[in-house]
Design a protein around this ligand. Sequence first.
Ligand code: FES
Length: 128
Amino acid sequence: MTNGSEGFIALMSESALKDGDMIEADTDGHKLLVARVGDDFFVADAHCPHLHANLTKGTIEGTVVTCPLHGSRFDLTDGHVLRWTSWEGAVKSMAEFVRHPRSLRVYETEIFGGVLRVGPQKEFPAKA
Ligand code: FES
C-alpha cells in the first residue's frame, strides 16, 4: 500500500486537529463534520438528519455531538441517535411522527502518511 486504501480521499493533515476539535470540511460540495477524540478521528455528514442544522456549530463531548438547533444527539462511532431533539411530551411525539428518528451518516477513516483520509460510509448490521 503506497497511497493508502483505495476509495479513500485526503481531507487534511492529521496534526490540523487537536483532541476535542470538531470542524467542517468539504469534499466536492459534500459538507463533512471531522472530529478528533484522543487519537481517534471521526467523519460524519455535517448536517443534522433532523432538519439539517450544521452539527459543527454544536458541541462535542467525547464521541457525542449535540445539534445546535433542537438538541438531538448522535454518537460519532456509529451515528446512532442518542436523543431525537430535546423536546418533550406531545411536542416530541409530534416531531417524531413528522420526522422519524434517523441515524447520522458516518464514514470510515484512515491515517496515511500523516494525512487524515475519509472512505466509504460505515455500514452496520440492521438491529433486530
Ligand atoms: S436540526 Fe438538529 S435537532 Fe433539529
